[in-house]
Design a protein around this ligand. Structure first.
Ligand SMILES: Cc1ncc(COP(=O)(O)O)c(C=O)c1O
Length: 472
């Protein structure tokens, strides 16, 4: 273990044991170097590692602070492996999305960040310039695997994280959803076993339903988010071909799994000869300066297909994603040719220009700052109204809060009550269709605290409190 990892582990334990509390300032780099006897560089690496795990955050010129996060899942659940052989979720998701579309609905149930934050004037200007060029409509360079320059820029971003990547490893897709779906299709046959986290983005369940797969689930770990023990047990017990996991800024819960666990996952994939489709769509939305490492970083044996996109950073207008497919590039391109064929050349060209002139980094900084500010405000306001009866899980990335309602309340019932009042929330049923513990909801907090937002949160809190009284 590197010195910086050792130091990060010590500080992590102190945070987990409550020695360092939320919002407390950690010793400065110089102080920590004196305290620990390590070099400034080692201390900096350790702090950056903790930052990538969402345990601490950096404030401009003020140093590093402990992130506010509730202790998730304080009740340790026993190892529980689930088997779902007949998934039927698509209609539930369809009806949910339809119900949340009208303009008058307050969009706390949305999976996308506030469109105002995603709008970037420079990107739109580049897009308009591209639209005037005849060459932008030439499909030739944009057929699968996609625009060569865009794939090169994406490969550069992997390399910056220390992940070897060649443009030929990348296939450009229509959002991450296509990347994830084509990857799963390329790796499975109907009836195969796949492994999902018990609580996961509904797109994973829909993909399993579409491809006729059997789903093994493992529960979240009470402390670390990912339960290695259940994972290995499931790999031993079932002939699992592929896992589909989210380990950074998990949707809907929000946790980011630490690098030691990710390394172990990579080792287990190799040991049991299983592939991983890694869903990392929120990788750029970590509030700290460092992007958390994916399992792909530890993947020595080409077992991981890493999927991400620009949809959560530039919006629906830029529905462009990709998969780091490596040896599966060819198989995925074949499938793509039979479905979407190609991703808009106009968008791919505009992204090349936007990223290569460093506008993307600037946009990401602005986006992260606002998401952090808005989510903190939501957290504080919700804590004040519901803190005595609900657990609210806060993590330093993304734009979701995961709320545990009193056990007798059902997220789906609450959703139905609130939609009557033109307020959307995302009930747990969308993320764990096996109906286990449904007293959770996901709230999109990427909005400024306006009177409309405040009134809606007041109503939401009121209805939860009333429901609570009526079951007591
Ligand atoms: C966890 C997760 N993965 C994948 C996707 C799909 O991403 P995209 O919009 O780029 O297709 C979403 C979208 O909501 C998501 O929340």
């Amino acid at each position: 273990m590197y010195k910086s990892e050792k130091l990060a582990q010590t500080i992590r334990q102190m945070i987990e044991n409550g020695v360092w509390k939320a919002y407390e300032k950690l010793p400065s780099l110089r102080e920590q170097a004196q305290l620990s006897g390590y070099s400034l560089m080692t201390v900096l690496n350790a702090y950056q590692e903790l930052e990538a795990q969402g345990l601490v955050y950096a404030k401009d010129k003020s140093g590093y602070f402990v992130a506010e996060r509730a202790q998730p899942f304080t009740r340790k659940q026993p190892v529980q492996i689930g088997l779902n052989s007949r998934i039927q979720i698509n209609s539930v998701v369809f009806n949910f999305l339809k119900s949340t579309q009208p303009a008058e609905i307050v969009p706390f149930g949305s999976a996308f960040p506030n469109a105002e934050l995603l709008y970037n004037a420079k990107f739109m200007q580049i897009l308009a310039q591209q639209a005037k060029r005849k060459s932008s409509y030439n499909n030739q360079n944009h057929m699968p695997p996609g625009n060569q320059d865009l794939r090169q820029l994406i490969a550069n971003r992997y390399q910056l994280q220390g992940i070897p990547c060649h443009p030929n490893d990348i296939v450009i897709t229509s959002g991450a959803l296509e990347a994830l779906n084509l990857s799963l299709q390329a790796l499975t046959q109907p009836g195969d076993f796949i492994l999902l986290q018990q609580t996961i983005f509904y797109g994973a369940w829909q993909a399993a339903e579409r491809l006729g797969l059997q789903v093994i689930t493992i529960p979240e770990h009470p402390q670390f988010g990912f339960d290695l023990e259940s994972f290995e047990q499931a790999l031993k017990q079932y002939p699992i071909k592929v896992c589909w996991l989210m380990l950074n800024a998990h949707n809907p819960i929000g946790f980011t799994v630490n690098p030691e666990i990710k390394q172990k996952i990579a080792e287990l994939l190799y040991k049991y000869q299983v592939y991983l489709i890694e869903d990392d769509v929120y990788q750029e939305l970590n509030y700290g300066s460092a992007k958390p490492l994916p399992v792909k970083y530890f993947d020595q044996h080409q077992k991981v297909l890493h999927c991400a996109s620009f949809s959560k950073t530039l919006g629906m207008g830029a529905r462009v994603g990709w998969v780091y497919a490596g040896p599966f590039s060819d198989a995925i391109q074949h499938l793509q040719l039979m479905s979407t064929l190609t991703v808009s050349p106009l968008l791919q060209n505009a992204l090349v220009e936007f990223i290569s002139h460093h506008h993307y980094e600037k946009h990401l900084r602005h986006l992260r700052q606002h998401l952090e500010k808005y989510k903190k405000k939501f957290y504080q306001e919700l804590k004040a109204r519901l803190g005595s009866i609900c657990e609210i899980y806060y993590y330093s990335s993304g734009y979701f809060l995961w709320i545990e309602l009193p056990e007798q309340l059902d997220g789906q019932v609450l959703y139905e009550q609130l939609i009557q009042q033109n307020i959307a929330i995302a009930p747990a049923l969308l993320f764990r269709p096996d109906h286990a513990s449904q007293h959770y909801i996901r709230l999109n907090c990427s909005y400024e605290w306006t009177a409309r937002v405040e009134n809606s949160i007041n109503l939401l809190a009121e209805i939860i409190l009333q429901n609570r009284k009526s079951v007591d």
